[in-house]
Design a protein around this ligand. Structure first.
Ligand code: PLP
Length: 389
């Protein structure tokens, strides 16, 4: 916990914890930033005698500080980090065993079902996919061997919300663990553990890092046995985050609260602009009053974020518009300070079979935008010019 003097019984706020938890000055030198320990191994004083570190795949001081910080932000007890979001997702399902069943959302980041269906199902894990925006669908999909329910809210790219408190009640009753990918909202706007989730995943590559300069993933745990199992998987499978990328994340997370405020206010303006634009037929953004889960969004999240998906009508329209943009960058990924815009059908969701994409509503005209923190007037002018020309 924070070393700085705080008023009795008052937990420091989110922005303070982001800057100080795990980020205390270096005890050796007083450096205000956590040092990057670029070492693979550690000198031992004798057999079984060491200063808490033996080998960097197992643990590293820079990583330990980051894990402490992220656990604090999500309200968990531990937050083992991995080399990418996919490595974190893989670790969480590696906690299961052959024959176990997982109920998943049907509109996940494309790489997640790719891993589940094309790799892990070959090792005897079973996955089924349902629309998790209705908790009853989850209840119906549960089997005797269901051990986990895996949800993204909002979903990628259709921005559908799932009621985490309702789903967690179903999971408790049926003894399945609820895992939530909270990448789109970040812990600043949504705290799934407080709503009853058992574990939270992030691709830290996105808002937590915030600067598009490093990959990473984290699993935030609510119970010690999860933390133990995941620490074992860090050691046994080795998909850990390097000290340098841990440091980038420690630096990025310091401004998370400030960045998310601007992402959110820019996101609202862009969503409104798109919703009123004649060249855009549909906008998916939980902050818009017509969004089917707007009321849930207000209840479950403390902001609407900056992820917006919209319909341009065709692949041709989407491509024409994307080519014209000058401030927004056409690129995969999201959550950086720069506005990133992508085409789900050919980029993030290219690995989802075409007929399944069509069934879900991921059309060829759909465009997803991660609104950055640039001046809002410049973003609107860029979008206006690209849509009209
Ligand atoms: C919601 C979500 N979860 C997980 C991932 C995977 O993360 P990574 O690219 O860091 O492996 C992504 C990547 O785009 C994502 O959007």
């Amino acid at each position: 916990m924070l070393l700085i003097a705080m008023k009795k019984n008052r937990r420091p706020g989110f922005a303070t914890r982001a800057i100080h938890d795990g980020q205390e000055p270096d005890p050796l030198t007083g450096a205000v930033n956590v040092p990057i320990y670029l070492t693979s191994t550690y000198v031992q004083q004798g057999i079984g005698e060491n200063k808490g570190y033996e080998y960097s795949r197992v643990s590293s001081p820079t990583r330990a500080r980051l894990e402490q910080n992220l656990a604090s932000l999500e309200g968990g007890i531990a937050a083992p980090v991995f080399g990418s979001g996919m490595a974190a997702i893989n670790a969480v399902v590696s906690m299961l065993k052959s024959g176990d069943h997982v109920v998943c959302g049907n509109d996940l980041y494309g790489g997640t079902p790719r891993r589940f269906n094309q790799v892990l199902s070959g090792f005897g894990l079973e996955f089924s996919y349902v629309d998790t925006s209705d908790a009853d669908n989850i209840e119906r999909a549960l089997r005797k061997n269901t051990r986990m329910v895996y949800v993204e809210t909002p979903t990628n790219p259709l921005m559908q919300l799932s009621d985490l408190a309702a789903i967690s009640k179903v999971c408790r009753r049926k003894k399945a663990e609820l895992v939530v990918d909270n990448t789109f909202m970040s812990p600043y706007f949504q705290q799934p553990l407080a709503l009853g989730a058992d574990m939270v995943i992030h691709s830290t590559t996105k808002f937590l890092n915030g600067h598009s300069d490093g990959l990473g993933g984290v699993v935030v745990c609510s119970r010690p046995e999860q933390a133990e199992k995941l620490a074992f998987l860090q050691k046994a499978a080795g998909a850990i985050l390097s000290p340098f990328e841990c440091w980038l994340l420690l630096r990025g997370v310091k401004t998370l609260a400030a960045r998310m405020e601007v992402h959110d206010s820019n996101g609202r303006v862009v969503a409104e602009f798109l919703a009123n634009h004649r060249k855009v037929s549909k906008v998916f953004y939980p902050g818009l009053p017509h969004h089917p889960h707007h009321e849930l969004a207000k209840r479950q999240m403390s902001g609407f974020g900056s992820m917006i998906t919209f319909e341009t009508g065709s692949l041709k329209n989407a491509n024409k518009m994307l080519k014209k943009l000058r401030v927004c960058s056409l690129a995969e990924s999201l959550g950086g300070v720069e506005t990133l815009i992508s085409h789900p059908a050919t980029m993030t969701h290219a690995s989802v079979p075409e007929d399944y994409r069509a069934k879900l509503g991921i059309t060829d005209g759909l465009v997803r935008i991660s609104v950055g923190v640039e001046d809002i007037e410049d973003l609107i002018a860029d979008l206006e010019m690209a849509l009209l020309s």
